[in-house]
Design a protein around this ligand. Sequence first.
Ligand SMILES: NC(=O)C1=CN([C@@H]2O[C@H](COP(=O)(O)OP(=O)(O)OC[C@H]3O[C@@H](n4cnc5c(N)ncnc54)[C@H](OP(=O)(O)O)[C@@H]3O)[C@@H](O)[C@H]2O)C=CC1
Ligand SMILES: O=C(O)C1=N[C@H](C(=O)O)C[C@H](O)C1
Length: 249
Amino acid sequence: MSGIRAAVIGARGRMGQEAVAALEEAEGIDLVAALGSSDSLSALTEANVEVAVELTVPAVTEQNVAFLVEHGIHAVVGTTGWNQDRLDRLEKTLATSPATGVLIAPNFSIGAVLAMHFAELAAKYFDSAEVLEIHHPNKLDAPSGTAVHTARRIAAARAAAGMGPVPDATESDEGGSRGAVIDGIHVHAIRQRGRVAHEEIQFGSEGEALTIRTDSFHRGAFMPGIVHAVRHIAEHPGLTHGLEHLLDL
Ligand SMILES: NC(=O)C1=CN([C@@H]2O[C@H](COP(=O)(O)OP(=O)(O)OC[C@H]3O[C@@H](n4cnc5c(N)ncnc54)[C@H](OP(=O)(O)O)[C@@H]3O)[C@@H](O)[C@H]2O)C=CC1
Ligand SMILES: O=C(O)C1=N[C@H](C(=O)O)C[C@H](O)C1
């Protein structure tokens, strides 16, 4: 064995099981540890892990990533829940281990990464913009991490173009029908059995609309992005937020 020594944390979850299979298949990567919730993280240092893929739950991801950084293990993180406070704390931890790379990836699917990129490009050309996400009903968080990241990027592109708020005359919003509002962009979450992960970004201006849609029908959709990140995260010390930064976009 002489490839990148990789591990999966959360190996028995829906994503973790797929990631274990994908990394076992990947050339130039040796999967040397696969941890569930009852395993100690010390197994990672005992196995001399170089890159760990973190796919757990929002409640534990921050402490897992802190352990990785403190032990100089590069991290490829798919778990949601990385708000600005958590990202700020992570930056501080990374300052103590400057050669270590951490990728926080709201979505590993190439289609979703491109959809967010296209949405950012389109944002300044349309008066209205809203994000709709649809996921399986076992998902713990709403709105999805991808939808939050998408809304933030649209809002930043609008702000950079000097645009004001989206037009909306709503005076009463009983039960939150207008959805969550992330940096001024409305985000709507649907949970539906039979679905995996889907997002639609809707833009509108007088007389025209643009809809950008991405569908992940199977968790295999996320695996090429994970494998690519495991191969390249060591070249990106510090914090990287979004797989787009590891791609040639
Ligand atoms: N970035 C992306 O592209 C994607 C991100 N996600 C995100 O990834 C995360 C996982 O999703 P999914 O696989 O569907 O969730 P699951 O609920 O299927 O899996 C979560 C796993 O986390 C494990 N876990 C919980 N606590 C710990 C811990 N302390 N140490 C190790 N493992 C732990 C559980 O382990 P056990 O079974 O051993 O109790 C469980 O198997 C979610 O936040 C989801 O939103 C999902 C899809 C794509
Ligand atoms: O929980 C999921 O399934 C997914 N979570 C991520 C998110 O919240 O954006 C990525 C993808 O949408 C699937």
